[in-house]
Write a new protein. Structure first.
Length: 275
């Protein structure tokens, strides 16, 4: 009787999981269908499930906004901002994890509160600073802003991974004459490599999905794929088919990247969960 009950519960969880997955994936599926429709078919009521697919939207999207240029900007900003954030966050998390002070907790809470601050609240001062330094519509500005936006979250994640490492391991290295940089390089980083990798992957995903700053401080030179998508919604109306094509072309690289690295991401996120 108990086995039957357990099997029923497992089946219910499986069905609930599939239903949740279908609900979450349906918008992407519907957007993919619209990307291969004409504008007339995409705006048809009731919606068309059967139609003659076309690549016209993707061709026009590339001709209009220059997909490869925007994609390269997205890749450059995501990789550069994540690498810099990891380099800055690693020693910060190391100090907070193994050399805490009375203000460590307050500092970490302050960092997290800054992360949750609405970006629009600091748009004007940051915009004026970028104008002053001549950084409007540059990848450097996007890299700096994206790095600083994701830095608090990355520090918190690395801090939690570093806390899982027994202090005795670092103390043993210290007794052998290892300095802090040597301890991080040869002891801490190898032991927490899965966690650092998952943090870097998450940082890249967050940087890739950043749209607010890309739309507001870039134009033709440093615009990312988020700006390319936004360009299809203008005063002339909503071009649903072309907008869907641009969205699919923008989402596809990060979806493929996430699919390829999902095992490493899950491994890192569950790092230290089982002792």
């Amino acid at each position: 009787m108990q086995r039957k009950s357990l099997k029923t519960q497992d089946m219910a969880r499986t069905i609930a999981g599939w239903l949740a997955g279908i609900v979450m994936a349906f918008p992407v599926f519907w957007m993919m269908l619209a990307a291969f429709k004409t504008e007339q078919d995409a705006a048809a009521i009731p919606p068309l499930l059967f139609f003659h697919p076309t690549l016209e939207n993707f061709i026009e999207m590339n001709d209009r906004v220059g997909y490869l240029r925007h994609a390269w900007n997205s890749i450059a900003v995501s990789v550069a901002s994540t690498v810099i954030a990891i380099v800055l966050a690693t020693p910060a998390a190391y100090v907070m994890a193994f050399y805490p002070t009375k203000r460590t907790r307050a500092i970490m809470l302050w960092m997290l509160s800054v992360r949750f601050m609405p970006a629009v609240g600091v748009l004007i001062p940051i915009y004026l600073l970028l104008v002053q330094f001549g950084l409007i519509d540059t990848r450097i500005a996007l890299v700096i802003i994206t790095c600083l936006s994701n830095l608090p979250l990355i520090v918190w994640m690395l801090f939690s991974y570093f806390k899982e490492v027994p202090v005795e391991i670092l103390e043993a290295g210290r007794m052998d004459g290892a300095r802090p940089l040597t301890q991080m390089r040869y002891l801490l980083i190898p032991l927490t490599a899965p966690g650092i990798s998952s943090t870097a992957l998450l940082g890249m995903i967050l940087a890739w999905n950043e749209s607010f700053w890309s739309i507001n401080i870039t134009a033709t030179q440093a615009g990312t794929l988020a700006l390319a998508i936004a360009s299809f919604a203008n005063s002339e109306g909503q071009f649903w088919a072309k907008l869907s094509a641009a969205s699919i072309a923008s989402v596809a690289p990060i979806l493929i990247f996430g699919w390829i690295t999902q095992r490493q991401l899950v491994r890192g996120l569950t790092f230290g969960a089982v002792k």
